[in-house]
Design a protein. Sequence first.
Lengths: 220, 220, 220, 220
Amino acid sequence: MSQQDNHQAATGPRFKRRKDQRPEEIAEAALEVFAERGFAGARVSDVAERAGVSKGLMYLYYKTKQDLLKAVIRGFIEPRVRDVATAIDRWDGSAADFLRGPFLQTISQLATSRAVIIVRLMMAEGPKHPDLTKYYYDHVITVGLGAMSRLLDRAVDQGEFRPSGIHRFPQLLLAPVVMAAVWQTVFDRHQPLEVHDFLTAHIDTVVSAMTRPVGEGNEP
Amino acid sequence: MSQQDNHQAATGPRFKRRKDQRPEEIAEAALEVFAERGFAGARVSDVAERAGVSKGLMYLYYKTKQDLLKAVIRGFIEPRVRDVATAIDRWDGSAADFLRGPFLQTISQLATSRAVIIVRLMMAEGPKHPDLTKYYYDHVITVGLGAMSRLLDRAVDQGEFRPSGIHRFPQLLLAPVVMAAVWQTVFDRHQPLEVHDFLTAHIDTVVSAMTRPVGEGNEP
Amino acid sequence: MSQQDNHQAATGPRFKRRKDQRPEEIAEAALEVFAERGFAGARVSDVAERAGVSKGLMYLYYKTKQDLLKAVIRGFIEPRVRDVATAIDRWDGSAADFLRGPFLQTISQLATSRAVIIVRLMMAEGPKHPDLTKYYYDHVITVGLGAMSRLLDRAVDQGEFRPSGIHRFPQLLLAPVVMAAVWQTVFDRHQPLEVHDFLTAHIDTVVSAMTRPVGEGNEP
Amino acid sequence: MSQQDNHQAATGPRFKRRKDQRPEEIAEAALEVFAERGFAGARVSDVAERAGVSKGLMYLYYKTKQDLLKAVIRGFIEPRVRDVATAIDRWDGSAADFLRGPFLQTISQLATSRAVIIVRLMMAEGPKHPDLTKYYYDHVITVGLGAMSRLLDRAVDQGEFRPSGIHRFPQLLLAPVVMAAVWQTVFDRHQPLEVHDFLTAHIDTVVSAMTRPVGEGNEP
DNA sequence: TATGAATGAGATTTCATTCAT
DNA sequence: TATGAATGAAATCTCATTCAT
């Protein structure tokens, strides 16, 4: 109950001791800087400055600049993908409703958030880091595509959708999201893209293509 | 056929045609090296070596490394896109036939050629070079999407397709090409993609979605 | 036997005696770490970890890393040298017996102990720290060589040894010890040295050279 | 016979193109800087400055700072040792004469030349670079000690020397050279060492010890 | 006393670009 | 036109030292 004790208990660490939030703060700052300058073009000191810490501290949490990249890539997409997968598996309405509702909602958000940077980073740096892309493939792609497949399979089983090439290549459902990411990164300043309308058109297209016409048989 | 020619043809590591082809040879070499290491990771000396010229000579043709990048980006897609645009405008069959035939053919080739590297380079370096992306937008994207739009418009006019979101966003026709490019760059070593089947599934989907069902009216 | 004592004894990684022994414990740890990595290559945090204290605490006892070096150099040789000097001055047998007995014994131990590291440290860091080498010269070298000289002088006075160059350069008596230190530091992994035999051969040599042949006069 | 040709032929490259001498020049400069500051304490830029070249050029010839160290260590002793070995094998006088003449001459020079720095470098950096010490052991130590052994063996065969511990440990012949190196590095500013006298005393000692007393038998 | 998060100066290394020949 | 030695500006990373707690 000394002054000092009081102090601590009442206000928490006053200055900068925030060991536990620091990694996230730094990764957040890194995401922003990488977004602006790309990985190679971003200086570690830029990230440090943005995060409001010293250059040296960066290396306390991330042993190399690469590690920082990994943290960024791992940190910002994986949770979202898992959310989508969970949402799919819990959905008990029609697949079309899911695609037009929660799915469109999610990919719209994704495609307009800073997360699109991840695609940029993967394109630029992925080839040099197989472990990174492997991780991403295992933890993001597999999970996402797997959930999409289950959704489509269910819809076919229930007679809602007819089998189609999309079942074999669920990537097709996400291709416009990637395109939106690329577009925004590269061309947005010349010709902005209405991402939500764009993705709505996409969902319309695939739902329309997969939906079994009334009164028709079950042929692919 | 001079002595010197003979000499050169026998020794140089790679390209040893004539001086007037030098710029193309260098750009070609640059494309390869950029493909392997990305733009930032590629050394000018690597490109020089691959092209079989000295580092100093590179600077006679391209004032900076950036100029080289521009030459690569400008040189390898634009001609193809123009070909497609021309083919579209000359086509007088059904749009569906065009999409399933020449179009699928072209994008399959494109998506499996070294040209996919361009997407990588644009993603990585584009944001830093607005002039580059502007040029690309004006000379490649506009041309390509314009031709796609004309094709679809014609098909609607002729009652082959019904109006749909794809008319507003012809990018949707190309989204899977971009996805294929990204996939190959990043995930191919973990899970190869059957690009031709993938794109066929895509064309099937959009044609199916756009084709006016027999006996139906003209509503979007 | 307080709670706290128990606690500490059970947990700390290494040294866990009492506060007043801290400086020695730290110097001991420093000796070990310097031995493994050299002075420049040793991190203060390595030493701290080895000593079982925090980095910050180190600076309570040693203001700089250099101070730590000084403590190490001062602490591990000086006592021994003083012991030898004392032993010499108290010896009342023949000089040859002293050299073959206690002296050989002492230098053998010295040359195979961790103390050889001191030579390494002096070589690497000495030139940058004149005060350190001065101290060492005054307190170790002078003392040691002085005692050796007295031993030889006595032996000459008593007719046991004849005067020789070794009287002027008592360093010659210790040269092989230095060589052994160097050898072990540098070549031991490639070709181990039998230090005791080596030093025995050395003592044999010098005793043989200095011993006055029976019945000869007193010429140098 | 153009002006330019003339120019080149007459004066050699005027400016700085001296690709072939550069490595030696740089190694020479490195030796000096290492001598003053030790390896760890020497900045690459210091060496560059001393050599009169840019920092970048250093890395054209030596890929890392370590490579530079290797070049220094390899370059400055090996030739001398080979010379000594050759001289020994060609000698056909008495061993004592060799030791008192050419050998003393050589080690005196060695011990007062900049080469003593090598000992310092080996002590400081050797433990971290087994390949370096192995190389040194194989190319310098083995050669030198081998030649010494042959000299002594010959002398014993010819009845000049009696067998002694020095035959087993020819290092003893060189121990004072090492000591001189250490001394000069560490204590010379406090108490200079008369190296030539010191080594003369050493040679006197060993020759005296090894020489067979007149009329004595052949016991070790 | 004791901690260890935080700092920042400084070191090595890379490489686009220049320029003497 | 052609070379490649040479430069120097930056960028990554390390670690002794400080200091709020």
